[in-house]
Ligand binder design. Structure first.
Ligand code: AGP
Length: 615
């Protein structure tokens, strides 16, 4: 996700754009840039780093006057965070300027075609390709900017919210949207554009949210003109009055970033597999793997190093890799791995998992493994982070910034990436039949909608939370793929509600924890049909006979557990290896609601930080 801001009118644009970018930094913050259209020249400043860095650089390097401006704060998807990869991007002629939030999936083919026509590129981004495609169409077909943008967008595949400016026509900005949000603020003789309304809510409460597939021309002092990208047919703005506060808008209308990020998971998972999972062709494309395929196929074993929630994702991956690709996997706490003088060789592959890409223990584990000659593959959410740069190769989760300290969408997108990796290796080493392959890929594609179905039970889960908000202790049980989910559910609860919670393999109950069971002990049991169901039902009966309170996560239509448990939360059926992506959702919501009811700071729990960059 990135944040875009623009202004055209009769005020000075600089402060509007800069303040707007600061309000959008929750959408991405690895680099930023601004363009101001002054009386004579086009003034552009961009830099790796935060908006604060951009402010310092801009005030010392460019003329910040001008009543038209575009700004961008980046969440890198193509191309590392750097000055050159920052937006705005300029076309080869220097006339056109673009800012973009989204992903152009077919940018490589377009780039090659443009290079064959003599275009040169100064960045690794898909966005620079788009602005040159627009330029090529504008000059070759001798059309205006709006028409050139419309024609170009009919050639691209992907998601975008863009603003394009032609310095030869300083009276207009062209904007367009597909898949990424774009809000337009309508003032007196002025227009604002942004990824959400927070940059302009103090100037106007009249807003238009472009629909997917719409393009609009914002002309100083003129009515907004809107059309459909696909056929240039006219559409009309649906202007409405904003009621949200600034803070609410940054959270997308949700009360907390954590809740917003829980609800973003369908989109985040889709963004993570999009462009990599070609289910109809039975193909998984992952550059980081393709280039090192032999290493993976000839590896002795895979050792996963991570911390916290990422370590739980690693535990899920252990089951997935061993069950699908038949590759031995070990999972280690990075903090233990780095100090126990592990036996690591050149035939070992280390997979380091980290949302922030900055966790000190994980980074140290990577360096140790590299010293011992192992190949290290990273799964990170922050492009260009320390871990992403330290590993030999990797695959990014495209979850977008995760602001809430309690990790949610990072966990499910990590499992998504690791599932793709395991299935690809299983396909390559013959462990998976073609039928299984197609079934698995189709099952992954069906996950976002299935998560939506689970999210729809939020109010029921909130009611359950109310019954247990005053518990002092909680037990989470699961088997197989859902044992790590039990650990993750316990971590979620303890880190934001401060209730002591423990996760266990359900079968471990008899080896001690069952002594804890009484009517004061809520027990969350993951009892999906796939995954040792009968054994888990026995565990539920053992708990019930000791008056434990049972909250069960079950497969839709399960009547047996419903007759035993005090509460049941139903999830859709799916392939067993994908059940963690669904069973974790109710546990995220349960911990969120309990923490809220206990008056805890859900986004910034006590004693914690989003990224543990120290030992
Ligand atoms: C999870 O909710 C916690 N915030 C924490 O355990 C986190 O997962 C851990 O610190 C690892 O962080 P990383 O994924 O950024 O490396």
């Amino acid at each position: 996700m990135c944040g875009i801001v623009g202004y055209i009118g009769n005020r000075e644009a600089y402060s509007i754009v800069i303040k707007g970018l600061q309000r959008l930094e929750y959408r991405g913050y690895d680099s930023a840039g601004i363009m101001l259209s002054g009386s004579e020249s086009l003034n552009i400043c961009k830099t790796k780093g935060k908006v604060e860095d951009l402010k310092r650089k801009a005030q010392n390097t460019i003329d910040i006057n001008g009543q038209l401006g575009l700004g961008h704060t980046r969440w890198a998807t193509h191309g590392e965070p750097s000055d050159s990869n920052s937006h705005p991007h300029v076309s080869s002629s220097g006339d056109l300027v673009i800012i973009h939030n989204g992903i152009i999936e077919n940018y490589a083919a377009i780039k090659q075609a443009l290079q064959e026509r003599g275009y040169h590129f100064h960045s690794d981004t898909d966005t620079e390709v788009l602005v040159n495609l627009i330029e090529e169409i504008k000059s070759s077909q001798k059309v205006k900017l709006g028409k050139a943008v419309q024609l170009a967008l009919n050639e691209v595949v992907g998601a975008y919210a863009i603003a394009v400016y032609d310095q030869n026509n300083p009276e207009e900005i062209v904007v367009a949207k597909l898949g990424s949000p774009l809000a337009i603020g309508i003032g007196e003789q002025e227009y604002f554009l942004a990824s959400d309304a927070s940059p302009f809510i103090e100037y106007t409460s009249n807003a238009v949210y472009l629909e997917d597939g719409e393009i609009a021309i914002l002309r100083r002092g003129k009515e907004i003109k809107m059309r459909k990208i696909v056929d240039d047919s006219i559409t009309y703005p649906n202007i409405f009055e904003l009621k949200l506060s600034l803070e609410e808008i940054e959270k997308g209308g949700y009360d907390y970033f954590m809740l917003k990020e829980i609800y973003e998971q369908p989109r985040a998972i889709n963004d993570t597999y999009r462009g990599r999972l070609l289910a109809d062709q039975g193909v998984i494309k992952m550059a980081g793997i393709d280039e090192h395929l032999e290493k993976f196929l000839n590896a002795n074993r895979i050792v996963i190093v991570a911390c916290g929630t990422s370590w739980h994702a690693g535990l899920v991956a252990e089951y997935i890799f061993e069950n699908t690709a038949r590759i031995p996997v070990e999972v280690e706490y990075a903090s233990e791995f780095r100090y126990r003088n592990p036996v690591i060789g050149t035939n070992d592959i280390i997979i380091a998992i980290s949302q922030s890409g900055e966790t000190a223990d994980t980074l140290a584990a990577i360096k140790l493994a590299k010293e011992k000659g192992a190949f290290v593959f990273g799964v990170c959410n922050v492009v260009g982070s320390s871990i992403a740069r330290e590993t030999h190769a990797g695959a990014y989760t495209h979850a977008g910034p995760e602001i809430g300290v309690a990790s949610t969408k990072a966990f499910t997108t990590q499992i998504t990436v690791l599932s793709l990796l395991a299935i690809k290796l299983a396909q390559e080493n013959g462990a998976l039949s073609k039928t299984e392959l197609h079934e698995y890929l189709a099952a992954i594609e069906a996950i976002p909608q299935k998560i939506e179905n689970v999210l729809a039970q939020n109010s029921e889960i909130e009611s359950i939370a109310f019954e247990y908000k005053d518990a002092s202790n909680c037990l989470y049980l699961g088997r197989g793929y859902n044992f790590p989910v039990a650990l993750e559910g316990a971590l979620k609860l303890k880190e934001i509600s401060y209730i002591h919670a423990e996760g266990y393999p359900a079968a471990e109950m008899k080896h001690g924890p069952i002594a804890l069971i009484d009517e004061q002990m809520p027990v969350i049991v993951i009892a999906t049909k796939k995954g040792h169901y009968e054994k888990v039902v026995s565990n539920i009966q053992e708990i019930k006979s000791r008056k434990g309170k049972i909250i069960a996560v079950v497969t839709e239509g399960d009547e047996e557990v419903k007759s035993l448990a005090d509460h049941c939360i139903e999830i859709p059926d799916t392939q067993e290896f994908l059940t963690p992506l669904l069973t974790t959702i109710p546990l995220q919501l349960l911990s969120y609601h309990i923490a809220l009811m206990r008056g805890c700071d859900v986004d910034q729990p006590r004693n914690l930080a989003k990224s543990v960059t120290v030992e």
